[in-house]
Design a protein. Structure first.
Length: 226
């Protein structure tokens, strides 16, 4: 997507102002979100890491997605429920949901994607081809924003013969890029709204509050020992 770099930059600049780190939990985009976020200057300090969980086994074992979501009869891997569980899972494993941890960061957010880019598993109706769920889960006044899009109609320009690129492969790449761009855009909008609403205080403010509490405790201890 041609506007992806500017959206990534906007997201990272907003996260920097808020001192909010970001993690990723991806399925259909196969690490494209993490690649986009870490490809910008200054990103490493804010991009803590990510998980690409492509199979149901990995989603359960690594991200802790409940079996009730993945098993037959449940919402399935490609659903709002799964996207939300993936995001929460990687935030838990990063320590960002543990308010009592000694991590550098106490807040953060997660970008997540899961979807059917082309082929459907057996038993899935053809109407679900191209269905992708993108999500953002933020820590601080915890919230999620999960959106659905369909990329079935997204096609790449016909590749030049000398490039030896299969059209189906090119289409899949284009759909992955579309999902990546939508995921980044979703998180950029959330970060901007959090900044405007004042619901994501920067760590500078948190650090100052902690310093004040520490100073008060130190003063009390000195008074008590005097």
């Amino acid at each position: 997507m041609s506007n992806a770099p500017s959206v990534v930059s906007r997201l990272l600049h907003t996260l920097e102002r808020l001192s909010l780190p970001v993690v990723t939990a991806e399925s259909c985009t196969g690490g494209a979100l993490a690649s986009a976020l870490t490809g910008r200057p200054g990103a490493p300090g804010l991009c803590l890491g990510g998980v690409t969980s492509y199979s149901p086994l990995f989603k359960r074992a690594v991200l802790g997605v409940p079996a009730s979501i993945i098993r037959p009869g449940g919402p399935g891997e490609v659903s709002a429920e799964c996207a939300r569980a993936m995001a929460r899972g990687v935030l838990e494993r990063s320590g960002l949901l543990d308010r009592h941890s000694h991590n550098e960061f106490k807040y953060g957010d997660c970008c997540t994607t899961t979807g059917f880019l082309d082929q459907l598993p057996d038993g899935e109706p053809t109407a679900r081809r191209g269905e992708v769920w993108i999500g953002c889960y933020w820590v601080y006044h915890e919230g999620t924003r999960i959106e659905r899009l369909n990329v079935d109609g997204v096609h790449a320009p016909p590749p030049h013969e000398q490039h030896c690129v299969d059209q189906a492969d090119a289409d899949r790449h284009e759909r992955k890029e579309t999902g990546r761009g939508a995921g980044i855009g979703n998180c950029a909008e959330v970060a901007q709204e959090l900044e405007q609403s004042g619901k994501a205080p920067s760590l500078t403010k948190v650090d100052k509050e902690n310093e004040t509490v520490h100073a008060e405790k130190e003063a009390q201890s000195l008074t008590g020992s005097a």
